[in-house]
Ligand binder design. Structure first.
Ligand code: NAD
Ligand code: MG
Length: 380
């Protein structure tokens, strides 16, 4: 039995992880955590009988306790609850499918407790990669990428251990606004931005994909996962999401990983690494596919991607500012409090105003996050 816990079990990655558990009898879920969807948590508790379930608000946790009083699952709440699920005694792997840099502390807690991390929660690596990666090394735990591009890169590295990566080719769909210019984006509504051409994902990452800020976060994520400079990561737009990313080696050989767009493959690969298990679903048919096309990203229109390179290159606390500003701006856009293009304006403003802290501690990262939020809130 492989025992796992899932942070963000009610989300897009979380529910797909549970679908994999359903298909594989040798996976057991000991802990789950979510923010507020206690109806779905109740169903998950009844189906998977975890020992522990964490809900963010104590009020909702109370409600859930009543709902599942007839089961053996213990309900915990708040950051303390998340930390408990992260470091449960018998789990081997923690799937971090929570959204945002709120995942930093739970990820650190799990690594300290010796858990391998199946990492979907990219915001944690973007902001605290300099703390997470050395800590994982120290505790000899694996950071197994779930993000499809990073899983692809990871798969392209297998069998090539010891060889230097010359370049990472990070593929991007370009999102729903590919080909548009700034003036076409002035009136973008939440509903337009939530329409992703290839992937069905949670709301935050779907907005991030439309602005290409998701790709910016992924450039920084790749820097930490694969120990490269951000300038070794080249973004390649490939609208149909068939090639999930590529690695170019010193001799010019390029390895790619291809497949239909299905997050279950990278999730399952992380859970069973290095084993490959059967996975149902559509397969690529190259006779029908016929062609795969490539483009350069438009970093003038989608300048959030350019800002990510600036933040990633400079490092220190600047990626935290980039990420925190984006997190709050996206929330405000989703609540229809700001316009679409303001997301990028807000990030640029916060980056310009910030005085970089070199090698920030966890406290300094969280303080920078708060200061970034305060700056944004004081605009209004
Ligand atoms: P989602 O919005 O669908 O789900 C987020 C989950 O996190 C939910 O279960 C929610 O309850 C939980 N959560 C949020 N705040 C919480 C809190 N304070 N306490 C406890 N739980 C909390 O998001 P998603 O699309 O599944 O994305 C999750 C992460 O995976 C993100 O970092 C995203 O960038 C990354 N990712 C997602 C995909 C995808 O296909 N969805 C692909 C690659 C990477
Ligand atoms: Mg991705």
């Amino acid at each position: 039995m492989k025992k796992i816990a899932i942070l963000g079990s009610t989300g897009s990655i979380g529910t797909q992880t549970l679908e994999i558990v359903r298909e594989n009898k040798d996976l057991e879920v000991l802990g789950i955590a979510a923010r507020s969807n206690i109806r779905l948590l109740e169903q998950q508790i009844r189906e998977f009988s975890p020992k522990l379930a964490a809900v963010w608000s104590e009020e909702k946790a109370k409600e859930l306790r009543t709902m599942i009083a007839d089961t053996d699952t213990k309900v915990v709440s708040g950051m303390d609850g998340l930390l408990q699920v992260s470091a449960m005694e018998d789990t081997e792997i923690l799937v971090t499918a929570i959204v945002g840099m709120i995942g930093i502390r739970p990820t650190i807690e799990a690594i300290r407790a010796g858990k391998d991390i199946a990492l979907a929660n990219k915001e944690t690596l973007v902001t605290a990669g300099h703390l997470i990666m050395p800590l994982a090394k120290e505790h000899q735990v694996k950071i197994l990428p779930v993000d499809s591009e990073h899983s692809a890169i990871f798969q392209c590295l297998q069998g090539n251990e010891g060889n230097r990566i010359h370049k990472i080719l990070l593929t991007a769909s370009g999102g729903p606004f590919r080909g548009k210019k700034q003036e076409d984006l002035l009136e973008v509504q939440v509903e337009d931005a939530l329409r992703h051409p290839n992937w069905s994902m949670g709301p935050k990452i779907t907005i991030d994909s439309s602005t290409m800020i998701n790709k910016g976060l992924e450039v920084i994520e790749a820097k930490w996962l694969f120990d490269v400079d951000v300038d070794q990561v080249q973004v390649v737009v490939q609208p149909r999401s068939i090639i999930h990313s590529m690695v170019e080696y010193e001799d010019g050989a390029v390895m790619a990983q291809l497949g239909t767009p299905d997050m279950k493959l990278p999730i399952q690969y992380a859970l069973y690494y290095p084993e490959r298990r059967h996975l149902g679903g559509d397969r690529l048919d190259f006779w029908k596919l016929r062609s795969i096309t490539f483009e350069e990203p438009d970093m003038d229109t989608f300048y959030g991607l350019k800002l990510a390179y600036i933040a990633g290159r400079r490092g220190g606390s600047l990626p935290t500012v980039f990420n925190a500003a984006n997190e709050l701006a996206v929330q405000q856009f989703l609540r229809k409090e700001i316009k679409y293009l303001e997301i990028m304006e807000i990030i640029e403003d916060c980056i310009r105003a910030h005085k970089v802290i070199e090698d920030p501690s966890l406290d300094e990262i969280l303080k920078t996050e708060q200061e970034t939020y305060e700056r944004i809130n004081s605009r209004r």
